[in-house]
Write a protein that binds this ligand. Structure first.
Ligand code: FE2
Length: 300
């Protein structure tokens, strides 16, 4: 697969679309401030209050069962102090991602898609913790937004994408390979275009672009390895019939396992297959967390 040609095709798909979901400029500014640990909480809270939709959303989510607060949180600044910069950044980007595509028609079940995305996020956090990754909120967030290209292709190329999913049912063809056959590009390149349009930080863009070719990631190979393995696990274990298919672990997963082992040598005592099998034990509790997040983020 020629990455440059695939990027050209992906950009061409974007060219004529004028109703792309957007993230308001003010929200991008808030996220940039939250990325900087030296930012002043007052400055961030003031900026958040300029966007009433954002402020209301933050108050709603922080008072949901997800955060288990004892007393109601009524101010944005208190919400920020309570959950911290990193969790706030994660919550804001996740909610805009969900919101942006909520009402867009898809040829697949969006509920299953969200559940899958949130599962990859939760499992990325877990694998990150096992491997000693320093920013677990980032691992969680990148895991959630990994497949944004799929919702783009599903909506803007609905009929073709639906036909493609139908064609590969009960075959060994992976979704990634089928996308390449049908569109000359995949959800990775399309996801990169969308992530750039939304001004996601560059390492998120690199991971979205390379999560099925982890060996090509340059910005943060450790995080790429974590989310690639979480994604592979969730794809191989859950019943995502009609949305996605994977084969046996391939070069990308083997590379991710090697990179993870470099950063976390304790994990090397088992094989990749055994590591994936062991994740079955925690997957039940991950699913509980995912349901909570799903209900909180998708409430109207
Ligand atoms: Fe993917």
């Amino acid at each position: 697969m020629d990455k440059v040609a695939m990027m050209i095709k992906a950009r061409r798909l974007f060219k004529d679309i004028c109703d792309l979901p957007t993230i308001p400029a003010i929200v991008s500014k808030v996220v940039a401030l939250l990325d900087d640990q030296n930012s002043a909480p007052d400055e961030i809270a003031d900026l958040m209050l300029v966007d009433q939709v954002l402020a209301a959303r933050v108050i709603r989510v922080v008072n949901s069962p997800l955060y288990r607060t004892r007393n109601p949180i009524l101010s944005v600044k208190r919400a920020l102090m309570l959950i911290g910069f990193k969790s706030m950044r994660e919550m804001i980007l996740t909610s805009y991602f969900v919101e942006g595509f909520k009402k867009k028609e898809q040829p697949f079940d969006m509920k299953m898609f969200w559940i899958h995305s949130f599962s990859v996020g939760a499992l990325s956090r877990y694998i990150g913790q096992l491997g000693g990754f320093p920013d677990l909120e980032k691992a969680h967030l990148v895991g959630i937004v990994l497949d944004i290209g799929k919702v783009f292709l599903g909506h803007y190329c609905k009929d073709e994408y639906g036909e493609m999913l139908e064609t590969i049912k009960n075959t060994n063809c992976t979704t990634h390979e089928a996308e390449y056959e049908y569109f000359g590009t995949t959800h990775c390149e399309v996801g990169l275009c969308l992530a750039q349009r939304w001004h996601f930080p560059s390492e998120y863009c690199d991971i979205i672009s390379h999560h099925h070719f982890s060996e090509l990631a340059t910005e943060d190979p450790f995080l790429t390895a974590i989310v690639s393995l979480a994604d592979y696990y969730c794809l191989s274990r859950s019943t995502l019939e009609g949305i996605a298919q994977v084969g046996a672990p391939g070069r990308s997963e083997e590379n991710a396992w090697r990179v993870l082992s470099e950063f976390a040598p304790d994990l090397t005592s088992v094989s990749l297959i055994r590591f994936l099998d062991d994740l079955d034990e925690v997957y039940g509790s991950v699913c509980k967390e995912v349901n909570l997040l799903f209900n909180t983020m998708t409430v109207t």
